[in-house]
Write a protein that binds this ligand. Structure first.
Ligand code: HEC
Ligand code: HEC
Length: 331
């Protein structure tokens, strides 16, 4: 009897130890709760459909490639007519967990954001009217929108709503760091844990905290030293005209940061070692030793979560009535 009680207690304790969540400035991501599967499926088709662009060649996935951490892995994006974009493309992974969208936060949520790129001459180069006209000319799309939204005539609102619903499913739970946060002591190596303790200890978590390890505040880039860049982006000051907002950017999420190089709004830094060194000097006034940087980078790599997996959407074909794409400038 006594032995059994001890055994039960031992098991009880070890289970409790595994289950006890830690009290840390970063919280784990929970898997997405999908409530409307048909809507998500439609949003997925639209996310991958290049016919929402003038050229018929650029989809959301062109710059937010879900095979590459939801980014394009180039310094600034390439848009319509091979134009050089003004700023680095942030990941769409976990973007539903951000307080607002874009580097300067000018879109309140994912639906508001999704209208932007379609009509942006530097990105998809189209208009909302023409994008809707393309979809309306394709009977399978008309059927899907009718099923999901109970409308006969598609508008841009349903288009952006469906894309946003799909994007909400693009969360990456169960990173090794999250397993550790949930109480699994073995999820991190000693080096990774050292890296996290340093990350927290020197104050990286002042800005990179919460579920998204960032994404929840706007902060000035270059607090202790000025950030030198040729990129003309002004951050929040571009919206407010207030000089105090110059170089204030949304703190990027560090989830999956191993996959989302190159770094910063201008995409000027390719390695996590360099980005960590810049952050420590400019944001915290500290010069880190090489081993300290290596430990932090080891920790940052534990933030890579389970990437979204799904079947590739097969897009319904255009019809004789579908407006033709214009990939090149008309001569
Ligand atoms: C030509 C490349 C390009 C295309 C195409 C594109 N994007 Fe983006 N996306 C960007 C860039 C660059 C930014 C950052 C712009 C800024 O902050 O000023 C961005 C920002 C975003 C953000 C904000 C993420 C965050 O954390 O702030 C989301 C979400 C997003 N795009 C989704 C989409 C969707 C949905 C589509 C398709 C309708 C799309 N994008 C098409 C390049 C692109
Ligand atoms: C005072 C707030 C603040 C502190 C403290 C801070 N960061 Fe940042 N971090 C930011 C901002 C703002 C950006 C975006 C800057 C830009 O793009 O110009 C950023 C960007 C990054 C990026 C690039 C992410 C990407 O996708 O481009 C990494 C990596 C990073 N920080 C790591 C760290 C580390 C490691 C520390 C501690 C040594 C740290 N940060 C401390 C605010 C902060």
């Amino acid at each position: 009897m006594h032995k059994l009680t001890t055994l039960a207690l031992t098991i009880g304790f070890s289970v409790a130890a595994i289950a006890a969540p830690r009290n840390e400035p970063i919280q784990p991501i929970e898997p997405a709760a999908i409530t409307d599967e048909a809507k998500v499926e439609l949003g997925k088709q639209l996310f991958f459909d290049p016919r929402l662009s003038k050229s018929g060649f650029i989809s959301c996935n062109s710059c937010h490639n879900l095979s590459m951490g939801g980014t394009d892995n180039i310094p600034t994006s390439i848009g319509d007519q091979w134009q050089e974009g003004p700023i680095n493309s942030p990941t769409v992974l976990n973007s539903s967990l951000n307080v607002a969208q874009f580097w300067d936060g000018r879109a309140a949520d994912l639906q508001e954001q999704a209208g932007g790129p379609i009509a942006n001459p530097m990105e998809m180069g189209f208009t909302h009217e023409l994008a809707v006209e393309v979809l309306q000319s394709i009977p399978q799309y008309v059927d899907s929108f009718n099923q999901v939204y109970n409308v006969k005539k598609i508008t841009i609102n349903e288009v952006t709503d469906a894309i946003a619903e799909f994007e909400k499913t693009l969360v990456t739970p169960n990173s090794r760091f999250d397993l550790w946060l949930k109480g699994d002591d073995k999820a991190l190596t000693k080096t990774e844990l050292k890296g996290y303790e340093l990350f927290k200890g020197i104050g990286c978590t002042a800005c990179h905290n919460g579920v998204n390890v960032g994404g929840n505040s706007f902060q000035k880039m270059g607090l202790y030293e000025e950030y030198v860049t040729k990129n003309p982006a002004e951050g929040v000051a571009g919206l407010t005209g207030n000089d105090l907002d110059r170089f204030k950017f949304k703190v990027p999420t560090l989830r999956n940061v191993e996959l989302t190089y190159p770094y910063f709004h201008d995409g000027e830094y390719w390695t996590l070692e360099e980005a960590t060194d810049v952050m420590a000097r400019l944001q915290l006034g500290r010069t880190l030793k090489k081993t300290e940087i290596d430990n932090i980078v080891a920790f940052l790599k534990t933030l890579t979560g389970e990437q979204p997996t799904f079947t590739m959407p097969i897009l319904p074909p255009s019809t004789n009535a579908t407006p033709r794409p214009e990939p090149f400038v008309k001569k």
